[in-house]
Design a protein around this ligand. Structure first.
Ligand SMILES: O=c1ccn([C@@H]2O[C@H](COP(=O)(O)OP(=O)(O)O[C@H]3O[C@H](CO)[C@H](O)[C@H](O)[C@H]3O)[C@@H](O)[C@H]2O)c(=O)[nH]1
Length: 349
């Protein structure tokens, strides 16, 4: 399967970890004429502008909540990666209306403006926390998916229409504020490692895989598709053992602190009903949009008999990594390699 050529790309949330990695991948691949970085933060744009110095990058200050700003950035674009979001669980718990405004209303703005501007393909980034959500971040991302699919359902079959798709992925390893850098910091500063619940599992995905998933969606989406990448999962206990072993601190103390607000024992990437209309593409599942007519009568008379044959795809029943697997995966991360280099090079003396 060949990659589609892209001329002008818009990345919302373009200064975040995903946005920057996608930006570099597109520029390195030399298959793009212009990449627009759309975000709220002048400072982060300034840093990116002075680091990359590439004339193909255009910077747009704006907030996805503001439809006019989104429309302005969307003119002449043929591909959108919609990554702008409030994605931290605690901040969305405390400010759910802010999550609603950015993740739901903002996404509606991006999707509608994309359709009106005649964008070819629009990929919305979601998360496993959107499946059976228990926290405001997951709930707002679940609603983003619904908003995207409702728009896709309206334009299905129109030959000139924008193809709208979503992707879901699990925890991005080493992302800012996440548990891997925290555990490393605790080892480095001699503090006990704080484990919430040792048997909790999470899908672990390097950032490069999330970028590849989004690109895959762009290349292969049909109207309203949702893609997930098959990913291995690990228990938090095994993740901690792996990190302790890599830092040659097998006996580093551990405190079991209990669950935090809005957490789950395991995360689900796709539920049984979704998998009943999915296609196995090797590394990925393509989940087709449920395009049945939802008018009142058929909602009650036309059901789906296949769902019962499937089970949810979650981090307790997916491929489970051993400690050795987790170590090997961690060692592929550039951040981990440089941490270990300085640790082994004497930083611990
Ligand atoms: O001190 C800690 C902190 C976390 N954990 C555990 O480690 C796992 C991962 O925790 P993270 O905080 O790294 O990730 P979350 O699954 O809670 O959520 C993360 O991924 C989300 C995207 O899906 C959001 O980006 C969110 O802000 C980000 O923290 C969880 O099982 C958590 O219970 C610990 O054991 N000890």
């Amino acid at each position: 399967m060949t990659a589609k050529r892209i001329r002008t790309v818009l990345i919302t949330g373009g200064t975040g970890s995903f946005g920057k990695t996608m930006l570099r991948t597109l520029l390195d691949g030399n298959d793009v004429e212009e990449v627009r970085v759309f975000s709220r933060d002048e400072e982060k744009q300034h840093v990116l502008r002075s680091t990359l110095l590439d004339p193909r990058i255009r910077f747009y200050i704006g907030d996805v909540r503001d439809r006019a700003g989104v429309e302005h950035a969307m003119r002449g674009v043929d591909c959108v990666f919609h990554a702008a979001a409030l994605k931290q669980v605690p901040s969305c718990e405390f400010f759910p209306m802010e999550a609603l405004r950015t993740n739901i209303v903002g996404s509606e703005n991006v999707v509608r403006a994309g359709i009106e501007a005649g964008v070819r393909s629009l990929v919305c980034l979601s998360t496993d926390k959107a499946v059976f959500p228990v926290n405001a971040m997951g709930m707002s991302k679940a609603m983003m998916e619904k908003v995207a699919q409702a728009a896709a359902r309206e334009i299905v079959g129109e030959s000139t229409a924008t193809t709208i798709s979503c992707v879901r992925y699990g925890n991005v390893m080493y992302s800012r504020g996440s548990v891997i850098p925290l555990f490393i910091e605790q080892i480095k500063s001699g503090l006990p490692i704080t484990i919430t619940e040792p048997t909790m599992t999470r899908f672990l995905m390097p950032l490069r895989d999330s970028v590849a998933l989004v690109r895959f969606a762009f290349d292969h989406a049909r109207q309203g598709d949702l893609f997930i990448k098959k990913a291995p999962a690990a228990t938090i206990a095994d993740l901690v053992t792996a990190i302790k072993q890599l830092f040659s601190r097998p006996d580093h103390p551990v405190d079991v602190i209990g669950w935090r607000h809005g957490e789950k024992l395991y995360e689900t990437l796709a539920n049984a009903q979704e998998l009943s209309h999915s296609e196995d593409l090797g590394d990925y599942y393509r989940i087709a949009m449920d395009d049945r007519d939802l008018n009142y009568k058929s909602y009650f008379v036309e059901g789906d008999r296949e769902t019962a044959e499937y089970e949810d795809y979650h981090s307790h029943n997916s491929e489970r990594m051993s400690v050795e697997d987790v170590k090997a995966l961690l060692m592929t991360l550039p951040e981990m390699q440089s941490e270990l280099e300085s640790w082994n090079g004497g930083a611990r003396q």
